[in-house]
Design a protein around this ligand. Structure first.
Ligand SMILES: N[C@@H](CCC(=O)N[C@@H](CS)C(=O)NCC(=O)O)C(=O)O
Length: 211
């Protein structure tokens, strides 16, 4: 398999964690999201992913999968061990809710496109962009803090898609110096997950394209 990735992309980071947890080998194809105006916009990559974003996972069959949560659920269905979603439908819904708070409600507002729009079109200064970034993380994290209980992972003794999404979002928060002292559950879950080799291997600084 080939993972179209960028070391700093938190959506790619989620996918790398899932691949590592499943023990699956893959080749990294780095798509630099800022160099040359963003190499995701190159026609060759558009032919792989018409949405021009990472991650994309090219299967050995040549089929290309998009969207981190769709890719992760595909991996979980085809390689069920270890499971990343609980069997109980209610617990599955709780896990997916936390994953979606991050992937659907926090991350899209803090993504490259909206931040570029704030800077270049709205003409917001860096302090305003930073405040925007911190605001959407804090809003989403307030909900997640109330929904999880370190056990040591977000939903008990087994890693789930919730942890797979929390760790990269915490890394983004730290990179942008967003205070996390109001979120002890999230910080504890992040620390527990990061002790696992699969999470360690997926870290941005461990990637072949890390700068
Ligand atoms: N919802 C998508 C988000 C993918 C996404 O937006 N990736 C970012 C990097 S984290 C990207 O490729 N941005 C490039 C751009 O917006 O031009 C997913 O979960 O895979």
């Amino acid at each position: 398999m080939k993972l179209y990735s960028y070391f700093r992309s938190s959506a790619a980071y989620r996918t790398r964690i899932a691949l590592s947890l499943k023990g699956l080998a893959y080749e990294t194809v780095s798509i630099h999201l800022t160099r040359d105006g963003g190499r995701q916009h190159a026609p060759e990559f558009g032919a792989v992913n018409p949405q021009k974003r990472v991650p994309a996972l090219a299967l050995d069959s040549g089929e290309v999968l998009l969207q981190s949560l769709a890719i992760i659920e595909y991996l979980d269905e085809v390689h069920p061990e270890p499971p990343l979603l609980p069997k109980d439908p209610v617990e599955r819904a709780h896990v997916r809710a936390v994953a979606q708070i991050i992937a659907c409600d926090i991350h899209p507002l803090n993504n490259t496109g909206p931040l570029g729009y704030l800077r270049n079109t709205v003409k917001a200064d860096e302090a305003a962009v930073q405040a925007w970034y911190a605001h959407w993380i804090a809003t989403g994290f307030e909900a997640i803090e109330a929904l999880i209980k370190p056990g040591p992972y977000a939903f008990g003794a087994n890693v789930t898609v919730a942890d797979v999404c929390i760790v990269p979002q915490v890394a983004n928060a730290r990179r942008f110096k967003v205070p996390l002292d109001r979120f002890p559950n999230i910080v504890a879950v992040d620390a527990a997950a990061n002790k696992l080799p699969a999470f360690e291997a997926a870290r941005p600084e461990r990637q072949p394209d890390a700068e």
